[in-house]
Design a protein around this ligand. Structure first.
Ligand code: NAD
Length: 415
């Protein structure tokens, strides 16, 4: 991962968009910074009786379109600038998908792999204790992200409900089904990405049957993407990786076996009978489709020119630097940018909120159909803007998303 500040990247992307849209300086300045951020200290009683102190953040970037919404990461290398960038991208993502929500994000600096279940529960509840006055269905609605799970969401919802004296299912999304979760949430991010891939393949004339796929990051988003690419379109998954390394077989991988090995040994790198590759090598493989589903800044000006894929799906947030974007665009690589490609997660999170508010549960088919409609429509708005302004898909997505936030900011009289 290159040492690039993700918030500087997010600001640069907005600056480029401001130039295309000829934004007023006051609106541009308003959109360049988070409107509110909380820095919290969370003391947690560990199993050995000692108290360990953790640092956390919650950034509410912009709520012109509605209550802020965005995941919480538990990661040892979490920084406030990463959280700021992710909160900005959530603002553009919700806007692009036409959701009545603003953008937020949270994070706690910790290594959940080193915590017991009890410690993880106390940390999760401690985070809510620190921010609860600033969250809730009408204010800010968190969700899972890197290394946070439906169980963690259930603990957080329970803590918020206890503090407010209500059964507040709508305060958080990504919950297990029986405590207000939505059907179709588990694979929503990957499935949404697949709907954009289907539309891109039609546009570019790519036959997805037997198209080769490499996936960096075999976690929640990446693992579902592997199964869906194979099961929906007949793609051939030839490479996958996680934080400990990757594996490659040009004839196709046994993705079920890779899941079992990952569950048993915590990494796909232990799969036998395949070629072992590094994460940087995976990005440069001769494949039709590259899916990046791990962390930020993995495609940079150093490796972008060597990328051979025809289509890149950014299931991860911020995997490509602005310089790399330009190189890929020049080389004719069709990149489906993060806040379009991975918007399926927040879209079904929004569906979860709607179901919580109305106390009516939709079927899995209803969720998939509504998700398909939103993702397909967003993809075509972006493609249209890309042709209209003759810019890459990320800049195009920015023009669509930022225009809507600007309209709301102006109508509300903020600038
Ligand atoms: P996850 O924790 O389930 O999986 C992350 C995967 O990335 C793991 O397999 C991990 O081993 C791997 N990884 C970590 N560091 C790595 C490195 N340096 N190189 C290669 N692989 C590495 O997380 P997730 O929920 O799948 O999220 C992945 C990305 O997708 C993140 O950028 C997240 O913000 C984004 N995203 C996820 C969702 C969602 O609903 N899960 C929604 C929108 C965006």
């Amino acid at each position: 991962m290159a040492d690039v500040n993700p918030f500087k990247v997010a600001q640069k992307q907005l600056d480029d968009c401001a130039e295309i849209l000829k934004l007023d300086s006051s609106v541009h300045q308003l959109l360049r910074q988070p409107m509110r951020e909380l820095h919290v200290t969370i003391p947690v009683r560990m199993d050995d009786g000692s108290v360990k102190v953790f640092q956390g953040f919650r950034v509410q970037y912009n709520n012109a379109l509605g209550p802020t919404k965005g995941g919480i990461r538990f990661h040892p290398e979490e920084t406030v600038d990463t959280v700021r960038a992710l909160a900005a991208w959530m603002t553009w993502k919700c806007s692009l998908l036409g959701l009545p929500l603003g953008g937020g994000k949270g994070g706690v600096i910790c290594n959940p792999k080193e915590l017991s279940q009890g410690e993880l529960e106390r940390l999760s509840r401690g985070y809510v204790d620190a921010i609860w006055q600033f969250m809730g269905p009408e204010k800010d609605v968190p969700a899972p992200d890197v290394y946070t799970t439906p169980q963690i969401m259930a603990w957080m919802m329970d803590e918020f409900s206890k503090l407010t004296g209500s059964n507040s299912f709508g305060c958080i999304t990504g919950k297990p089904l029986c405590v207000g979760g939505s059907c179709g949430r588990n694979d929503a991010t990957a499935r949404g990405g697949m709907f954009t891939l289907r539309e891109a393949a039609k546009e570019l004339g790519i036959n997805l049957k037997n198209a080769t796929v490499a996936i960096q990051g075999y976690g929640n988003a990446g693992c579902y993407a592997a199964f869906l690419a194979r099961d929906l379109f007949g793609c051939k998954v030839v490479a996958i990786s996680d934080s400990k390394g990757g594996i490659y077989n040009e004839n196709g991988l046994d993705i079920e076996a890779a899941c079992t090995i990952k569950t048993e040994t915590s990494t796909v790198a232990n799969v036998t009978g395949v070629k072992r590759i590094s994460n940087p090598e995976l990005l440069e493989l001769p494949v039709d489709i590259l899916i990046v589903a791990a962390l930020e800044n993995v495609i940079t000006n150093e490796n972008a020119a060597r990328i051979k894929a025809k289509v890149i799906l950014e299931l991860a947030n911020g995997p490509t630097t602005p310089e790399a974007d330009e190189i890929l665009f020049k080389n004719g690589v069709h990149l489906i940018p993060d806040f379009l490609c991975n918007a399926g997660g927040v879209t079904v999170s929004y569906f979860e909120m709607v179901q919580n508010i109305t106390r009516y549960a939709w079927t899995t088919e209803e969720v998939y159909q509504k998700l398909d409609e939103r993702m397909t429509s967003a993809y075509h708005s972006v493609l249209g803007a890309s042709k209209q302004y003759n810019v890459n898909m990320r800049k195009a997505a920015y023009t669509v998303a930022v225009s809507r936030v600007v309209e709301a900011v102006k109508l509300r009289g903020w600038a």
